[in-house]
Ligand binder design. Structure first.
Ligand SMILES: *Cc1c(COP(=O)(O)O)cnc(C)c1O
Length: 374
């Protein structure tokens, strides 16, 4: 019996080089006084250029960017925002903090993102926005959502926290809605430890969001300490932005690392009765999290796969639960796709420089457990 403890495989970890360390050291040494915003402004410029949008505001998180942007749109008490049932809580929480109601709809079986027909059916006179969350790098059907939005006069917001590197018909995820939000949490493809960004092409929305992001103080206000409204404090620090500048110089390399890891998994798992993140024609998937969904018609014991990972010192990460199954939400048993996906799906470990030997250990567990069930 092999009793040797195998090295731990984390489900994700950042890729940090001497470039990021150099910038962070410079920010810590010199980024104060009149230079205290230098890396922040540079990071915002790099990010808006990468995405092809006019404006970017660096924030402390994607949650903060979503909260700011929706507040700037005037979303508040009595309003509704439509989003997919399978989601992380961070997409829904800002809606609730603003006093509005998240209206959950079922998702599609292939993209795991919100179903446009269900979105259209959920629209009421109170609907103020459609929140398109690009799950695990998979893209929402932006053409269908924007067409529905246009017909009803309802803007589409993009939560692209998981979708850096994903491209829909030539447009990067996060650049197609009224605004987009990204996360730079330590688990994301591009990281600043904690952090986020708000992006938009809309000049007026940018100005309102900028004012709200600075405790309600408008740009150009000459009176000191003079908030014209009640705003928020969701800022990124110059130190974090310094790390972010290094990451953005390496963004293509970081995205390529994620895609390489995904391709290796996909090839190795091709023969098993499961599907993985899709990449439809004329799109690119940034593959933040390689994910398996075992086919409906084969038995699958997810707990057993989690146990096998644990035994082999591999981090197991379950697919998001339907939000409607959490204690703070009204149950939606009619969301058949969301409920079926959640029990049959798992994220696989992926970090930019993961080795083939490490991936082979993950592949061996998945192959053993999925084949055993079928
Ligand atoms: C990570 C994530 C968030 C939250 O990002 P933070 O920076 O942690 O606030 C929001 N939405 C989605 C889809 C995410 O994956």
């Amino acid at each position: 019996m092999n009793t040797e403890l195998k090295s731990r495989i984390h489900y994700t970890k950042p890729s940090i080089t001497s470039l990021e360390i150099g910038y962070a050291t410079d920010a810590a040494s010199n980024g104060w006084g009149e230079r205290c915003y230098d890396y922040i402004h540079r990071f915002e410029a790099m990010f808006s250029e990468h995405l092809g949008v006019k404006h970017a505001i660096a924030t402390s998180s994607a949650t903060g960017a979503l909260h700011l942007g929706m507040a700037a749109m005037g979303i508040g008490a009595g309003d509704e925002v439509v989003l997919g049932d399978i989601n992380w809580i961070a997409s829904a929480a800002p809606i609730i903090h603003l006093g509005a109601t998240p209206v959950l709809v079922d998702v599609l079986a292939d993209s795991w993102c919100l179903n446009p027909a269900a979105v259209e059916a959920a629209i009421t006179p109170r609907t103020k926005a459609i929140l398109a969350v690009h799950l695990y790098g998979n893209l929402c059907d932006m053409d269908a959502l924007r067409e529905i939005g246009q017909r009803h006069g309802i803007p589409v917001i993009e939560d692209a926290a998981e979708a850096i590197g994903s491209i829909w018909h030539g447009h990067r995820a996060g650049s197609m809605g009224i605004f987009g939000a990204f996360s730079f949490h330590g688990t994301k493809t591009v990281t600043t430890g904690e952090g986020g960004v708000f992006v938009t092409d809309d000049d007026a929305l940018y100005e309102r969001t900028l004012t709200l992001s600075n405790h309600g103080r408008a740009r150009g206000e000459t009176k000191q300490f003079w908030p014209e409204t009640i705003g928020f404090k969701y800022k990124m620090s110059n130190l974090q932005a310094a790390v972010g500048c290094g990451q953005m110089e390496r963004a293509d390399e970081l995205i390529a690392g994620k895609r390489r890891v995904f391709d290796y998994y996909r090839n190795a798992l091709r023969a098993l009765p499961l599907r993985m993140n899709p990449e439809p024609a004329d799109t690119t998937n940034g593959y933040w999290m390689p994910t398996i969904v075992v086919n409906d018609d084969v038995p699958f014991d997810r707990a057993a796969l989690l146990e096998a990972f644990k035994t082999d010192n591999i981090d197991g990460r379950v697919f998001f639960w339907p939000l409607s199954s959490l204690p703070s939400f009204r149950p939606c048993p009619e969301h058949a796709v969301s409920h079926s996906l959640s029990g049959r799906a798992m994220n696989l470990p992926s970090y930019h420089d993961m080795t083939e030997e490490e991936q082979d250990r993950v592949i061996a567990c998945v192959s053993r457990l999925v084949a055993a069930g079928s």
